[in-house]
Design a protein around this ligand. Structure first.
Ligand code: LHQ
Length: 259
């Protein structure tokens, strides 16, 4: 594993840290591929019940490392996306476990859209999200043109993408793009508590919530009702559902095992 990504696990929480603090965690190809591998490993590890994505130092991620030779003008940026960011975004969206973004500072370019790809985003008051692509003659990638209109509405999505103007954490929260904004000194406590809560939640239910809410963007209510019926049928047959019902009637906290 590259040292540009740090991975640790405590209990059911796997922490993936983007680790080039001196460059505000600007992404290299090596880093994007290592991050994708870290998500794939998390997906395959039955002990991991939640993934927390964050950045080392004062930034979350400044997007693509603009000094990297592979993205010099004239190179095939489409091929670059297919090798680096597209598989990473697919890994974040596709993992059947909750992904929590701990946005500790600026998230720019692909870095902003990686945060928005996560299931639950908590940002420090000092963080900002910058769709900086148009400043260098590009369009938002890493799912930005798909996620932004859904998260903040078309008018805002187009404006922030065209203008490249920073969205403060507070604004992102008011617009419904992120779950919480907290004081910097509360960030760790809030994220740790959320991660613990998610790690104790019934994994199959969380996976179903993730996949069903994603599918909802693509289909009509009728099809969604059918999907809910099938997912609920499967969840109703799990040991965790039995445990949830028993714990409720016994007035105790449930212990969910993902079975
Ligand atoms: C950086 C970077 C950076 C290298 C800060 N690269 N060094 C996909 C397909 C193919 C091609 C292109 O990209 C993509 C996806 C993308 O992500 S495109 C968008 C790329 N990202 C950006 O355009 C953001 C560039 N960075 C910034 O605008 C600022 O640095 C932000 C607003 C993030 C933070 O500003 P400040 O807090 O004022 O910090 P700073 O600018 O002083 O940066 C600190 C250091 O980090 C500095 O290095 P130095 O050696 O001078 O101290 C920067 O050069 C370096 N850095 N971002 N993306």
């Amino acid at each position: 594993m590259s040292d540009q990504i740090l991975v640790s696990r405590a209990g059911g929480v796997r922490r993936i840290t983007l680790n080039r603090p001196e460059k505000l965690n600007a992404m290299t190809g090596e880093m994007a591929q290592a991050a994708r591998s870290a998500f794939e490993e998390a997906a395959g590890d039955s002990e991991t019940r939640v993934v927390l994505l964050t950045g080392a130092g004062r930034a979350f991620c400044a997007g693509q490392d603009l000094a990297e030779s592979a993205i010099r003008p004239g190179r095939d940026l489409g091929a670059w996306l297919e090798r680096s960011y597209n598989p990473l975004v697919r890994a974040i969206r596709g993992i059947e476990k909750p992904v929590l973004a701990r946005v500790n500072g600026v998230a720019a370019g692909a870095g902003a859209n990686l945060a928005f790809a996560c299931d639950i985003v908590v940002a420090s008051e000092s963080a900002q999200f910058v769709e900086s692509f148009s400043r260098i003659g590009l369009l938002p990638d890493s799912g930005g043109t798909w996620m932004l209109p859904r998260l903040i509405g078309n008018a805002r999505a187009v404006a922030v993408s065209m203008l490249g103007s920073p969205i403060t954490a507070r604004q992102a929260h008011e617009w419904g793009a992120i779950w919480r904004v907290v004081d910097g000194d509360e960030l760790d406590g809030v994220c740790d508590e959320l991660a613990r809560t998610l790690a104790a939640a019934p994994p199959k239910a969380l996976a179903a919530i993730k996949s069903a809410t994603a599918r909802a963007w693509e289909q009509n209510l009728d099809a969604q009702l059918d999907l809910e019926r099938e997912l609920q049928r499967a969840l109703g047959a799990t040991a965790d559902y039995r445990e949830g019902i028993e714990a409720f009637s016994e007035k105790r906290a449930p212990v969910f095992r993902g079975e």
